[in-house]
Design a protein around this ligand. Structure first.
Ligand code: ZN
Length: 311
């Protein structure tokens, strides 16, 4: 047997004791824990480092007046939690996007003072997609700091639920989430960001999408073709493959991985679990049989994360 690889997982969630009143329940015990239980389950699965982020909707679920001061408290508490277990955790900041300038300032504070690796934002902010120009101060700052923004799903808007999913919400609540709703909305965020021109304005901007890129790698040829007449100098594919990284969070499928590798290259794909919404063991089993060369396996499990997050 080859020596065990160092394994970084970077879409791993927790919840803050104060912010959790703004989110619906589920897997509470594991979300609350940034200590013994989490470390035990990491060790059992061979996961060396988790990059922690607040469970959705995070600060995207609160208004600016609440979110701005709350963000500092949340991120300071997360930093304190991480310090209790040196070498086992890193963090993506929670940022109060309802006040984009304050969100940019909080990103900078957490990166420069707390050692955070970027930020995660969830779903929409007060019903607005994050390509809107009001949010660009956050992207400008992220590019200046050379840290990525992780775009994560949250529950679809009520009007979308009614138009797209009614009739199945009660019998199949997962349809709004990993069963489809999450993917559609977050892929739409990615497409809208490309169309917005934000990457031309901020060429250093780096975006991470979870869940194997929320389906976008699979659709890359067709989206590029469908938008080819109206794109500017660069194609959709060129912009996407230059500015986006994707993770395996909650998506442990060889065919999906191979598709993403063929479209984007292994250098753009990073291992993640999506703990605790997804259990560690299936991910740990999957990585034992990855259809990858030894070198590519190391890139997926730690090398790409080391480079992107400067670990
Ligand atoms: Zn997640």
């Amino acid at each position: 047997m080859p020596p065990k690889s160092y394994v970084v997982a970077l879409e791993e969630h927790y919840q803050d004791s104060e912010l959790k009143q703004h989110r619906e329940g589920g897997v509470a015990e594991r979300l609350d824990d940034v200590g013994a239980l989490r470390l035990k389950e990491m060790d059992e699965a061979g996961i060396d480092l988790q990059v922690l982020s607040h469970a959705n909707p995070g600060l995207q679920g609160v208004d600016g007046a609440t979110g701005v001061p709350l963000a500092r408290r949340i991120n300071d508490r997360l930093r304190a939690a991480i310090e209790r277990h040196p070498g086992r955790f890193a963090a993506f900041a929670a940022v109060p996007t309802a006040d984009p300038k304050a969100a940019a300032d909080e990103l900078e504070r957490t990166v420069t003072r707390l050692g955070f690796k970027g930020a995660m934002i969830n779903g929409l902010t007060q019903g607005v997609f994050h390509d809107d120009r009001r949010f660009w101060p956050l992207y400008e700052r992220a590019a200046a700091l050379d840290v990525p923004i992780y775009i994560h799903p949250a529950l679809p808007q009520q009007a979308v639920i009614e138009a797209y999913y009614q009739g199945y919400v009660d019998t199949h609540p997962g349809l709004l989430r990993a069963g489809w709703g999450f993917n559609v909305e977050t892929a739409t965020q990615g497409i809208r960001l490309v169309l917005s021109g934000v990457f031309e304005a901020h060429p250093g901007l780096k975006i991470i999408l979870g869940h194997m890129g929320e389906g976008l790698p699979f659709y890359l040829w067709r989206i590029t073709h469908g938008l080819s007449r109206t794109m500017g100098e660069k194609t959709f594919r060129e912009i996407f493959c230059r500015h986006f990284w994707i993770t395996t969070s909650g998506f442990f499928s060889d065919p999906a991985l191979v598709c993403c590798m063929m479209e984007m290259g292994i250098d753009r794909i990073l291992f993640s679990v999506d703990y605790p919404f997804v259990d560690n063991p299936p991910a740990a089993e999957w990585i034992k049989t990855l259809p990858l060369s030894a070198e590519d396996r190391e890139k997926l499990l730690n090398g790409n994360a080391r480079r992107l997050l400067k670990l």
